[in-house]
Design a protein around this ligand. Sequence first.
Ligand code: ADP
Ligand code: MG
Length: 354
Amino acid sequence: MPQPALPQLHPLLRTLTLGLVCLLAACNRAGDPVYRDQFFAFGTLIDLTFHGVDTPRAEQASRALEQTFRQMHSDWHAWQPGALQQANAGLAEHGQASVDPAMAALIQEANRLSTLSNGLFNPVIGRLVALWGFHNDEPPQGPPPAADRIRQLVEQVPASTDVRVDDGQIHSRNPAVRYDLGAFAKGYAIDRGIEQLKELGILHAIINAGGDLRAIGRHGNRPWRIGIRDPRKPGVLASIEPAGDESVFTSGDYERFYEHEGRRYHHIIDPRSGYPAGATVSATVIHPVAATADAAATALFVAGPDAWPAIARQMGVKYVMLVDREGRIHLNPAMQARLKFESEPEAIVMSEAL
Ligand code: ADP
Ligand code: MG
């Protein structure tokens, strides 16, 4: 999750900018049932699309969402000052920290999903992610970290099962545990955003954070239609129509990476080796809950072309597509039935095991 600093715009400038964004997106013209807006949070543009909502209500909801997202972004940031950073400082100094109920719930859910993924989605490898230089707004420059420093961290085996959450406190029995929720917080935030929209009576909407999204309801008399990015060239690999209330999340090696001496080092780390997971270039998951989809996309990326069906089953995920380093598409029949490829894939590896 890239997280550059939030732009601090003068309120008037901000209003003008948003107005312009709205104008460019031709949002909610008279008679147009679609309202679109964007704001910046979690290091990416958050795109909102509402169908069939009148402009004043849509604008009000959009502002409310923007506020919630900015708050969550700063509370859960992995390396900028905020509640998560304080919790990590407490773990580092005393092996425990106070957390508010929202943070406790977030951490508990991350821990639960981590266990279901056999630790391949591991939200407590903050020190490894930092060592690789990804606790930074800009991608790092090579060379990669020294092998013995990576080994030292891997040998301490930080695991979410080392952490106990109770009574407003988190306790870790492993001094190497540091939370980095970059693989999960965006999904969790989108779920909170969708709850907020439903409470406001908005039932047909998409919250899209840089291609990772949850969609509810429909686009009028047809379903929503969304594209899944091709991991190796500009454009769309396939499109899908989310049904009712569904999230679509992709983890890719193209999101944050650097190259050194002809090798790509990206931001999804295999906690078992301490190195970027090598066999996958993108993993896409459809699941009703965005937090699960986000954690699972990361876990299945790490699991790779052989191990993904077993991990997907454990995580309760029913639709998966992986693109491997050779460009082969790995998926299960239910996922294939949901996808419309832009062009016929050259190689498909079907897994009946899911
Ligand atoms: P993105 O947010 O770019 O779509 P992910 O959801 O896969 O991609 O999240 C990647 C981020 O999660 C990394 O930048 C890092 O902060 C963190 N991370 C890296 N490897 C893991 C892992 N195995 N488990 C959990 N978090 C990870
Ligand atoms: Mg993820």
